[in-house]
Write a protein that binds this ligand. Structure first.
Ligand code: G3P
Length: 217
């Protein structure tokens, strides 16, 4: 399972990268705005800064919603750095753009996916990644994890190569549940990754080991 971090915060990206288990980064316009990164030039520079920190894929989202605009922006984003994956929204023009990028050898992440039918379309268009937003489904009393299970079944039925990137992960249990269901990738906040470290018996056991060591030294 690949671990991506879902942030545009360079300090958090560095912290995750330093752990040695980071496989990539996802961003979106809201996450960029949260870090105060505004204006096209600054945003493009920020993508390059992120690519220079991590070894893996970095999703960079198009803003255009028409086919020609998405193609123009996506080609510019893909040209910034070899690690860039062009993030395209799940709309009709987006599917056309993903198919175009696939034919050009440009990798894509189909975002804002909330149903298995949408995920099927993204795979048919050749998306590298599909991003079902599980947290936002949970927010409206719909089981986000069930969507991961449905997409896994559909992709396995036909051997689609598109990787299931569980997005809108909010906490550590989401990470574990996505792993159980066979999501290829999860993207979440740093806290969702660091939460995997925690167990009181680990802390108690380590404290005991260190105390016992001190007794004999
Ligand atoms: O990866 C998608 C993500 O950025 C959305 O997360 O928490 O805003 O639903 P959230």
């Amino acid at each position: 399972m690949k671990f991506f971090i879902d942030t545009a915060n360079l300090d958090q990206i560095k912290e995750a990268q330093d752990l040695g288990i980071l496989d990539g980064v996802t961003t979106n316009p809201s996450l960029m705005a949260k870090e105060g990164i505004t204006g096209r030039d600054n945003i493009l520079k920020h993508y390059v800064a992120i690519c220079n920190i991590v070894d893996g894929d970095v999703s960079a989202e198009v803003i255009a919603t028409d086919f020609e605009g998405m193609v123009k922006e996506g080609e510019e984003l893909a040209g910034l750095h070899e690690q860039i994956v062009v993030k395209v929204p799940m709309i009709k023009e987006g599917i056309k753009a993903i198919k175009y990028f696939t034919d050009q050898g440009i990798r894509t992440n189909c975002t804002l996916v909330f149903s298995s039918g949408q995920a099927l379309l993204a795979a048919k268009a050749g998306a590298t990644y599909v991003s079902p937003f599980i947290g936002r489904l949970d927010d409206i009393s719909t089981d986000g994890l069930n969507l991961i299970a449905e997409i896994r079944m559909i992709y396995d039925n036909y051997g689609f190569d598109t990787e299931i990137l569980a997005a809108s992960v909010r906490h550590t249990m989401h990470v574990i549940d996505c792993a159980k269901l066979g999501a290829d990738v999860m993207t979440g906040p740093l806290s969702s990754i660091l939460g995997l470290l925690k167990h009181p018996l680990t802390d108690i056991g380590l404290e005991q080991f260190l105390a016992d060591y001190k007794k004999g030294n």
